[in-house]
Design a protein around this ligand. Sequence first.
Ligand code: HEM
Length: 426
Amino acid sequence: APTRPLPPGPRGLPFVGNLFQLPSKLMWFQMVEWSKEYGPMFSYTILGQTVIVLTRVKEATDLLDRMSAKTSDRPRMIKLSEHMCRRMEFASSSIAWRSLFGHETIPLLGFDPTKPIEEFSAEIFRCVVPGGSIVDVFRFLNPIILRFKYFRRYSDRCYQTITAFFLKAYSDPQVDTVPSLSSKLKGNKERFGMKDDIDCSWVGGTLFIAAQDTTATSLRWFFVAMLLYPETALAARAQLASVVGDRPPSFSDSERLPQIDALVKELLRWRPAAAGGIPHMANEDIIYKNYLIPKGAIISPVAWSICRDPSLYPNGDTFDPSRFLDEMGNIKRPAQHSHDDYLAFGHGRRICVGKNLAINTLWITIATLLWAFDFQLSVDEHGQEVAPDPMAFWDNGATVWPAKFGARLVPRVEDLREKLKASMGK
Ligand code: HEM
């Protein structure tokens, strides 16, 4: 069969390819720039590894949803998968902590028992970005690293510490009124194909890592959006006032609060937590639009750009929840192939397994925060209000947070604490 060219892309150097053109931070920005030059689908290479980048809904859904059987492998991530997690990974804090391990919810200002996971997840998230760890770029180093304990000392320590942590979280006594993943696994190991308690504890642990930072990232961006687009908070509060009045919102109000649905959709679209997308890998040669996507190529959907696809979401840089509402104020029918307007959760067989938990977590948290507090800009030492910069980022590897910013939360409800406590008991 006639061979086809790779999608166009930036010229690289012999052997190393485009390695030195990739910034070490905020890599997806480079992808946005390249897509302006080379089109919605382009390719680059790192040391012979082809990466196909997708920046529009059409290409992403054609390749990753409709051809999912051929594009749902994950690239081999040596440092993450083989060193730090020793293949234990198969695939916001409080809710994940409770629903996965069955423990008490975490108090806002008290001791946070999940802190040790943070360092570990930050390192893991760095490895997910193509080129994010040295051994994944220079693969010939792997046998050397495997041979000498010295080179593995960091990954070994990570694995041991985190396994002990997950095991304790899994084995500690649990709140028994609410079912959790741990309580399901205990006593049913064989049924779920688990070898031992370490296996079981890692199931909870990896889900925790995937759940916690992504959801918390979205909540950070929620505050930025509310401070910069206060009119959107007002619209949502007006609806909350008419539906729930002075009691906290609950899921039973959801049918009557489309403004909150629209806010959640817009938040995940405007600032998709995993802005650069999570890479897939082609498991066979694919010819698409007369280009070759070779077997073994990394396919990298850039969520930031896909969620701004002008054919679906005009003025994509503006935070505007009303784009999802019709004239009657109800949620619009989602655009075709838009995953119900939730493109931030990835594609095909690899689509985020925690999508519904994440949407529900964001929904109830956002509804409650809007009901409970006014959000005000912080004030500097000269008494000047300081607005967050929506284009100032903190790169956390797979997730991208807003750079540090201040905000003041002013209670809008009398007896807030008592009302929240009373509603939690229900
Ligand atoms: C705002 C919150 C979240 C966002 C934006 C998000 C986004 C994503 C994305 C983009 C992927 C990769 C999909 C792909 O490869 O095409 C993913 C995978 C995954 N997510 Fe989430 N996620 C969120 C919350 C959660 C939660 C709450 C959980 C667990 C309870 C979770 C568990 C997972 C797991 C296990 C995978 C790997 C699936 C696989 O490889 O087959 N995520 N997520």
